[in-house]
Design a protein around this ligand. Sequence first.
Ligand code: ZN
Length: 144
Amino acid sequence: MDPEIKREIIMEHYQNPLHRHHVDDKSYDMVNTANSSCIDNLNIYIKYDGDVIKDIAFEGEACAISISSTSIMIENLIGKTREEALNIIDNFENMINEKEYSEDVLGNAVVYSDIYKQNSRKSCAFLPYRGLREALTKKDNGKS
Ligand code: ZN
């Protein structure tokens, strides 16, 4: 993907993030995810329909990389099963750590494929995925 297009997608999702709003609905699970090295501190809300992620929303303060990454992740993960979502999270983690990954499952999240060059930003891009993994894993072990 062209670097200019990558930048545009990141800016678009930073300026107009998808599903950024408070959720006051007990049918959603909530997970907090934060970076001590940045201002990033987000609450992420997830609603399931059986094994499928029906909705995700988020609120809080974070840098441009974190906000855009969260918005892009949400766009990609709604409608996916838990297993598909965990696979996407693994592939994203591999990508930002310069390991082998499947571009096909990542959608627009490939805009962060060069983020390894800025080591301090990696945890910003990964922030929502870390939170989602925690939420999905907790659900596996818990009340479901
Ligand atoms: Zn950040």
